[in-house]
Design a protein around this ligand. Structure first.
Ligand code: SAM
Ligand code: DTB
Ligand code: SF4
Length: 330
Protein backbone atom coordinates (compact mmCIF):
# COMPACT_ATOMS: atom_id res chain seq x y z
CA UNK A 1 0.00 0.00 0.00
CA UNK A 2 1.20 3.49 -0.87
CA UNK A 3 2.51 5.42 2.14
CA UNK A 4 0.24 8.26 3.09
CA UNK A 5 1.39 11.80 2.84
CA UNK A 6 0.27 14.18 5.54
CA UNK A 7 -0.48 17.61 4.15
CA UNK A 8 0.04 20.52 6.45
CA UNK A 9 -1.55 23.75 5.49
CA UNK A 10 1.04 26.40 4.80
CA UNK A 11 -0.33 29.82 5.56
CA UNK A 12 0.39 32.24 2.77
CA UNK A 13 -0.10 35.27 5.00
CA UNK A 14 -0.11 37.40 1.89
CA UNK A 15 -0.97 41.00 2.47
CA UNK A 16 -1.97 43.01 -0.56
CA UNK A 17 0.51 45.78 -1.12
CA UNK A 18 -2.30 48.03 -2.23
CA UNK A 19 -5.82 48.50 -0.91
CA UNK A 20 -8.41 47.88 -3.60
CA UNK A 21 -11.08 50.51 -4.10
CA UNK A 22 -14.58 49.38 -5.02
CA UNK A 23 -14.33 51.56 -8.14
CA UNK A 24 -11.06 49.88 -9.13
CA UNK A 25 -12.61 46.44 -8.74
CA UNK A 26 -15.72 47.51 -10.64
CA UNK A 27 -13.44 48.65 -13.47
CA UNK A 28 -11.95 45.14 -13.59
CA UNK A 29 -15.45 43.67 -13.86
CA UNK A 30 -16.13 45.99 -16.80
CA UNK A 31 -13.01 45.08 -18.81
CA UNK A 32 -13.60 43.38 -22.15
CA UNK A 33 -13.97 39.67 -21.35
CA UNK A 34 -10.79 38.62 -23.17
CA UNK A 35 -8.72 41.31 -21.46
CA UNK A 36 -10.05 40.33 -18.04
CA UNK A 37 -9.32 36.64 -18.58
CA UNK A 38 -5.87 37.38 -19.96
CA UNK A 39 -5.01 39.38 -16.85
CA UNK A 40 -6.40 36.69 -14.57
CA UNK A 41 -4.40 34.03 -16.44
CA UNK A 42 -1.19 36.03 -16.10
CA UNK A 43 -1.72 36.39 -12.34
CA UNK A 44 -2.67 32.75 -11.97
CA UNK A 45 0.41 31.50 -13.81
CA UNK A 46 2.71 33.68 -11.73
CA UNK A 47 1.68 31.86 -8.58
CA UNK A 48 0.27 28.43 -9.47
CA UNK A 49 0.47 25.54 -11.84
CA UNK A 50 -2.60 26.45 -13.97
CA UNK A 51 -3.48 22.79 -14.62
CA UNK A 52 -3.65 21.73 -10.99
CA UNK A 53 -6.85 21.77 -8.96
CA UNK A 54 -7.34 21.31 -5.24
CA UNK A 55 -10.23 19.03 -4.22
CA UNK A 56 -12.23 19.61 -1.03
CA UNK A 57 -15.00 17.27 0.05
CA UNK A 58 -17.81 18.60 2.21
CA UNK A 59 -19.73 16.75 4.88
CA UNK A 60 -22.66 18.12 6.82
CA UNK A 61 -21.96 16.96 10.38
CA UNK A 62 -25.09 18.68 11.73
CA UNK A 63 -27.92 19.36 9.32
CA UNK A 64 -30.94 21.68 9.48
CA UNK A 65 -32.86 23.54 12.16
CA UNK A 66 -30.47 26.52 12.19
CA UNK A 67 -31.48 29.55 14.24
CA UNK A 68 -30.14 32.05 11.67
CA UNK A 69 -32.31 33.45 8.89
CA UNK A 70 -29.85 33.53 5.95
CA UNK A 71 -32.14 34.03 2.94
CA UNK A 72 -30.26 31.65 0.65
CA UNK A 73 -30.00 28.74 3.05
CA UNK A 74 -32.19 25.63 3.04
CA UNK A 75 -31.04 24.80 6.59
CA UNK A 76 -32.53 27.85 8.27
CA UNK A 77 -35.41 27.09 10.67
CA UNK A 78 -37.07 30.27 9.33
CA UNK A 79 -37.65 28.67 5.91
CA UNK A 80 -39.53 25.60 4.67
CA UNK A 81 -37.10 23.96 2.30
CA UNK A 82 -37.91 20.44 3.48
CA UNK A 83 -34.49 19.84 5.03
CA UNK A 84 -34.84 17.45 7.94
CA UNK A 85 -33.34 18.58 11.24
CA UNK A 86 -30.81 15.86 12.11
CA UNK A 87 -28.66 15.36 15.17
CA UNK A 88 -24.90 15.59 14.98
CA UNK A 89 -23.05 12.72 13.29
CA UNK A 90 -20.76 10.62 15.44
CA UNK A 91 -16.99 10.63 15.00
CA UNK A 92 -16.91 7.16 13.39
CA UNK A 93 -19.35 8.21 10.66
CA UNK A 94 -17.28 11.32 9.92
CA UNK A 95 -14.05 9.31 9.69
CA UNK A 96 -15.71 6.84 7.35
CA UNK A 97 -16.84 9.65 5.05
CA UNK A 98 -13.38 11.26 5.16
CA UNK A 99 -11.71 7.96 4.22
CA UNK A 100 -14.06 7.58 1.26
CA UNK A 101 -13.32 11.15 0.16
CA UNK A 102 -9.59 10.54 0.43
CA UNK A 103 -9.85 7.37 -1.62
CA UNK A 104 -11.74 9.29 -4.28
CA UNK A 105 -8.83 11.77 -4.45
CA UNK A 106 -9.79 14.65 -2.14
CA UNK A 107 -7.01 16.29 -0.13
CA UNK A 108 -9.14 18.50 2.10
CA UNK A 109 -12.18 17.51 4.16
CA UNK A 110 -14.56 20.22 5.28
CA UNK A 111 -17.02 19.62 8.10
CA UNK A 112 -20.05 21.90 8.10
CA UNK A 113 -22.65 22.45 10.82
CA UNK A 114 -25.93 24.36 10.76
CA UNK A 115 -25.20 26.36 13.86
CA UNK A 116 -25.19 30.03 14.74
CA UNK A 117 -22.19 29.08 16.90
CA UNK A 118 -21.06 25.80 18.48
CA UNK A 119 -21.86 24.91 22.10
CA UNK A 120 -19.18 23.64 24.50
CA UNK A 121 -20.57 20.12 24.08
CA UNK A 122 -20.54 20.39 20.27
CA UNK A 123 -16.91 21.47 20.43
CA UNK A 124 -15.84 18.28 22.20
CA UNK A 125 -17.05 16.19 19.27
CA UNK A 126 -15.70 18.58 16.64
CA UNK A 127 -12.24 18.46 18.24
CA UNK A 128 -12.31 14.65 18.05
CA UNK A 129 -13.41 14.80 14.42
CA UNK A 130 -10.65 17.22 13.43
CA UNK A 131 -7.99 15.10 15.10
CA UNK A 132 -9.27 11.88 13.53
CA UNK A 133 -9.52 13.32 10.00
CA UNK A 134 -6.10 14.89 10.28
CA UNK A 135 -4.68 11.51 11.30
CA UNK A 136 -5.79 10.16 7.94
CA UNK A 137 -3.38 12.59 6.30
CA UNK A 138 -6.00 15.00 5.00
CA UNK A 139 -6.17 18.74 5.44
CA UNK A 140 -9.04 19.69 7.69
CA UNK A 141 -11.54 22.51 7.39
CA UNK A 142 -14.59 23.32 9.48
CA UNK A 143 -17.49 25.72 9.13
CA UNK A 144 -19.47 25.95 12.34
CA UNK A 145 -20.78 29.52 12.43
CA UNK A 146 -19.45 32.28 14.67
CA UNK A 147 -16.52 31.48 16.93
CA UNK A 148 -15.48 32.91 20.29
CA UNK A 149 -11.97 33.03 21.66
CA UNK A 150 -12.22 29.65 23.41
CA UNK A 151 -13.46 28.00 20.20
CA UNK A 152 -10.50 29.12 18.09
CA UNK A 153 -8.08 28.05 20.81
CA UNK A 154 -9.59 24.57 20.90
CA UNK A 155 -9.66 24.24 17.12
CA UNK A 156 -6.08 25.39 16.79
CA UNK A 157 -4.98 22.88 19.45
CA UNK A 158 -6.84 20.12 17.58
CA UNK A 159 -4.76 20.97 14.50
CA UNK A 160 -7.52 22.46 12.33
CA UNK A 161 -5.95 23.70 9.08
CA UNK A 162 -8.70 26.00 7.73
CA UNK A 163 -11.83 27.68 9.03
CA UNK A 164 -14.55 28.61 6.55
CA UNK A 165 -16.71 31.59 7.36
CA UNK A 166 -18.07 33.54 4.42
CA UNK A 167 -18.71 37.26 4.24
CA UNK A 168 -21.35 36.20 1.71
CA UNK A 169 -21.94 39.62 0.14
CA UNK A 170 -21.13 43.33 0.37
CA UNK A 171 -21.90 45.09 3.67
CA UNK A 172 -24.43 47.30 1.85
CA UNK A 173 -26.49 44.31 0.63
CA UNK A 174 -26.04 42.07 3.65
CA UNK A 175 -29.11 43.36 5.52
CA UNK A 176 -31.37 42.28 2.64
CA UNK A 177 -30.24 38.67 3.09
CA UNK A 178 -29.63 38.11 6.81
CA UNK A 179 -31.06 39.83 9.87
CA UNK A 180 -30.04 37.59 12.77
CA UNK A 181 -26.36 38.54 12.86
CA UNK A 182 -24.44 41.40 11.37
CA UNK A 183 -21.44 41.89 9.15
CA UNK A 184 -19.21 42.89 12.02
CA UNK A 185 -19.90 39.55 13.76
CA UNK A 186 -18.48 37.82 10.69
CA UNK A 187 -15.42 40.05 10.54
CA UNK A 188 -14.82 39.47 14.26
CA UNK A 189 -14.92 35.68 13.83
CA UNK A 190 -12.49 35.88 10.90
CA UNK A 191 -10.15 38.06 12.94
CA UNK A 192 -10.15 35.54 15.81
CA UNK A 193 -9.45 32.68 13.40
CA UNK A 194 -6.58 34.62 11.84
CA UNK A 195 -5.04 35.55 15.19
CA UNK A 196 -5.22 31.93 16.37
CA UNK A 197 -3.03 30.94 13.42
CA UNK A 198 -5.70 28.98 11.54
CA UNK A 199 -5.86 29.52 7.77
CA UNK A 200 -8.83 31.58 6.68
CA UNK A 201 -11.33 30.37 4.10
CA UNK A 202 -13.80 33.11 3.26
CA UNK A 203 -15.78 34.05 0.20
CA UNK A 204 -19.33 34.69 -0.79
CA UNK A 205 -22.35 34.03 -2.96
CA UNK A 206 -23.20 35.73 -6.22
CA UNK A 207 -26.56 35.72 -7.98
CA UNK A 208 -28.60 36.87 -4.98
CA UNK A 209 -29.81 40.04 -6.74
CA UNK A 210 -26.78 42.15 -5.77
CA UNK A 211 -25.67 44.97 -8.04
CA UNK A 212 -22.34 44.94 -9.82
CA UNK A 213 -21.06 47.53 -7.35
CA UNK A 214 -22.11 45.26 -4.49
CA UNK A 215 -20.38 42.29 -6.11
CA UNK A 216 -17.27 44.46 -6.33
CA UNK A 217 -17.86 45.45 -2.69
CA UNK A 218 -17.69 41.81 -1.57
CA UNK A 219 -14.41 41.28 -3.42
CA UNK A 220 -13.01 44.52 -1.94
CA UNK A 221 -13.83 43.34 1.59
CA UNK A 222 -12.04 40.05 1.01
CA UNK A 223 -9.05 41.42 -0.91
CA UNK A 224 -8.42 44.22 1.58
CA UNK A 225 -8.12 41.91 4.56
CA UNK A 226 -4.54 42.02 5.76
CA UNK A 227 -3.68 39.31 4.92
CA UNK A 228 -6.41 38.20 2.53
CA UNK A 229 -7.91 34.69 2.96
CA UNK A 230 -5.89 31.65 1.91
CA UNK A 231 -9.04 30.11 0.39
CA UNK A 232 -11.80 32.05 -1.34
CA UNK A 233 -14.96 30.10 -2.19
CA UNK A 234 -17.10 31.78 -4.85
CA UNK A 235 -20.59 30.26 -4.71
CA UNK A 236 -23.25 30.67 -7.37
CA UNK A 237 -26.56 30.79 -5.51
CA UNK A 238 -28.29 27.40 -5.47
CA UNK A 239 -31.95 28.40 -5.59
CA UNK A 240 -33.71 26.08 -3.18
CA UNK A 241 -37.51 25.95 -3.13
CA UNK A 242 -38.88 27.21 0.16
CA UNK A 243 -36.08 29.76 0.71
CA UNK A 244 -36.71 33.50 0.19
CA UNK A 245 -34.28 33.49 -2.74
CA UNK A 246 -35.89 30.60 -4.62
CA UNK A 247 -36.93 32.95 -7.44
CA UNK A 248 -33.81 35.11 -7.62
CA UNK A 249 -32.97 36.18 -11.14
CA UNK A 250 -30.50 33.88 -12.86
CA UNK A 251 -26.98 35.29 -13.02
CA UNK A 252 -25.44 35.39 -16.49
CA UNK A 253 -22.82 32.58 -16.40
CA UNK A 254 -20.25 34.97 -17.91
CA UNK A 255 -20.73 37.29 -14.93
CA UNK A 256 -19.95 34.35 -12.67
CA UNK A 257 -16.75 33.73 -14.66
CA UNK A 258 -15.89 37.43 -14.32
CA UNK A 259 -16.26 37.19 -10.53
CA UNK A 260 -13.75 34.33 -10.44
CA UNK A 261 -11.32 36.32 -12.61
CA UNK A 262 -11.61 39.40 -10.40
CA UNK A 263 -11.05 37.30 -7.26
CA UNK A 264 -7.94 35.81 -8.86
CA UNK A 265 -6.50 39.19 -9.85
CA UNK A 266 -7.15 40.83 -6.48
CA UNK A 267 -6.07 37.83 -4.35
CA UNK A 268 -3.22 36.39 -6.47
CA UNK A 269 -2.03 33.67 -4.10
CA UNK A 270 -5.36 32.48 -2.73
CA UNK A 271 -7.00 29.21 -3.67
CA UNK A 272 -10.05 30.51 -5.51
CA UNK A 273 -12.73 27.85 -5.27
CA UNK A 274 -15.41 27.36 -7.90
CA UNK A 275 -17.94 26.36 -5.24
CA UNK A 276 -21.72 25.84 -5.04
CA UNK A 277 -23.68 25.89 -8.29
CA UNK A 278 -21.43 23.61 -10.36
CA UNK A 279 -24.13 20.99 -10.81
CA UNK A 280 -26.15 23.53 -12.76
CA UNK A 281 -23.13 24.65 -14.84
CA UNK A 282 -22.06 23.34 -18.24
CA UNK A 283 -18.57 21.92 -18.70
CA UNK A 284 -17.80 24.92 -20.91
CA UNK A 285 -18.62 27.45 -18.16
CA UNK A 286 -16.58 25.47 -15.64
CA UNK A 287 -13.67 25.40 -18.09
CA UNK A 288 -13.92 29.19 -18.38
CA UNK A 289 -13.82 29.42 -14.58
CA UNK A 290 -10.57 27.44 -14.52
CA UNK A 291 -9.24 29.68 -17.27
CA UNK A 292 -10.22 32.67 -15.12
CA UNK A 293 -8.09 31.36 -12.27
CA UNK A 294 -10.24 28.99 -10.22
CA UNK A 295 -7.98 26.29 -8.82
CA UNK A 296 -10.14 24.47 -6.34
CA UNK A 297 -13.56 22.77 -6.33
CA UNK A 298 -15.91 21.00 -3.96
CA UNK A 299 -15.61 17.36 -4.93
CA UNK A 300 -18.16 14.62 -4.20
CA UNK A 301 -21.85 14.16 -4.99
CA UNK A 302 -23.14 16.31 -2.15
CA UNK A 303 -22.46 19.84 -0.93
CA UNK A 304 -24.22 20.20 2.44
CA UNK A 305 -27.86 19.56 1.58
CA UNK A 306 -27.83 20.05 -2.18
CA UNK A 307 -26.20 18.14 -5.02
CA UNK A 308 -22.80 18.52 -6.63
CA UNK A 309 -21.52 16.82 -9.82
CA UNK A 310 -20.81 13.09 -9.67
CA UNK A 311 -17.16 12.16 -9.09
CA UNK A 312 -17.15 10.44 -12.51
CA UNK A 313 -18.34 13.61 -14.24
CA UNK A 314 -15.63 15.67 -12.53
CA UNK A 315 -12.90 13.17 -13.35
CA UNK A 316 -13.98 13.19 -16.99
CA UNK A 317 -14.04 16.98 -17.05
CA UNK A 318 -10.58 17.29 -15.49
CA UNK A 319 -9.22 14.69 -17.92
CA UNK A 320 -10.74 16.50 -20.88
CA UNK A 321 -9.04 19.70 -19.74
CA UNK A 322 -5.71 18.01 -18.97
CA UNK A 323 -6.03 19.04 -15.34
CA UNK A 324 -4.97 17.00 -12.32
CA UNK A 325 -5.82 17.00 -8.61
CA UNK A 326 -3.32 18.60 -6.24
CA UNK A 327 -3.11 15.35 -4.19
CA UNK A 328 -1.96 13.34 -7.20
CA UNK A 329 0.86 15.75 -7.94
CA UNK A 330 2.26 16.01 -4.39
N1 SAM B 1 -23.67 27.71 9.60
C1 SAM B 1 -22.37 28.06 9.24
C2 SAM B 1 -22.25 29.47 8.67
O1 SAM B 1 -23.22 30.00 8.15
O2 SAM B 1 -21.15 30.03 8.74
C3 SAM B 1 -21.71 27.09 8.29
C4 SAM B 1 -22.53 26.45 7.17
S1 SAM B 1 -23.16 27.58 5.96
C5 SAM B 1 -24.26 26.53 5.06
C6 SAM B 1 -21.78 27.88 4.91
C7 SAM B 1 -21.96 28.72 3.68
O3 SAM B 1 -22.67 28.01 2.67
C8 SAM B 1 -22.75 30.00 3.80
O4 SAM B 1 -22.03 31.03 4.37
C9 SAM B 1 -23.06 30.30 2.35
O5 SAM B 1 -22.03 31.10 1.78
C10 SAM B 1 -23.07 28.93 1.68
N2 SAM B 1 -24.43 28.59 1.22
C11 SAM B 1 -25.48 28.20 1.96
N3 SAM B 1 -26.58 28.00 1.20
C12 SAM B 1 -26.21 28.28 -0.07
C13 SAM B 1 -26.90 28.26 -1.31
N4 SAM B 1 -28.19 27.97 -1.39
N5 SAM B 1 -26.23 28.59 -2.44
C14 SAM B 1 -24.91 28.92 -2.36
N6 SAM B 1 -24.21 28.94 -1.21
C15 SAM B 1 -24.84 28.63 -0.08
C1 DTB C 1 -18.91 27.44 0.91
O1 DTB C 1 -18.50 28.58 0.59
N1 DTB C 1 -19.81 26.75 0.23
C2 DTB C 1 -20.10 25.48 0.88
C3 DTB C 1 -19.11 25.49 2.07
N2 DTB C 1 -18.50 26.78 1.98
C4 DTB C 1 -19.56 25.16 3.41
C5 DTB C 1 -21.52 25.27 1.19
C6 DTB C 1 -22.45 25.37 0.00
C7 DTB C 1 -23.82 25.03 0.44
C8 DTB C 1 -24.80 24.97 -0.68
C9 DTB C 1 -26.16 24.66 -0.21
C10 DTB C 1 -26.32 23.33 0.50
O2 DTB C 1 -25.83 22.29 -0.02
O3 DTB C 1 -26.97 23.28 1.53
FE1 SF4 D 1 -27.46 28.58 9.49
FE2 SF4 D 1 -25.16 28.73 8.13
FE3 SF4 D 1 -27.49 28.26 6.85
FE4 SF4 D 1 -27.05 30.67 7.86
S1 SF4 D 1 -25.87 29.67 6.24
S2 SF4 D 1 -28.96 29.48 8.06
S3 SF4 D 1 -25.90 30.15 9.71
S4 SF4 D 1 -26.50 26.93 8.32
Amino acid sequence: MKAQTIYFARPIQAANAEQWSIAGIEALFKLPFADLLYRAQQTHREHFDPNEVQLSTLLSIKTGGCSEDCGYCPQSAFHSAGVEDRKMLDVAAVVQAAKAAQQAGADRFCMGAAWREPSAEDMQSVVEMVKAVRNLGMETCATLGMLREEHVTQLRAAGLDYYNHNLDTAPEFYGEIISTRDYQDRLDTLERVRRAGINVCSGGIVGMGESLTQRAGLIAQLANMQPYPESVPINNLVKVEGTPLENAEELDPLDFVRTIAVARITMPRARVRLSAGRQQMSDAVQALCFLAGANSIFYGEQLLTTGNPEVERDRTLLDKLGMYPFAEKH
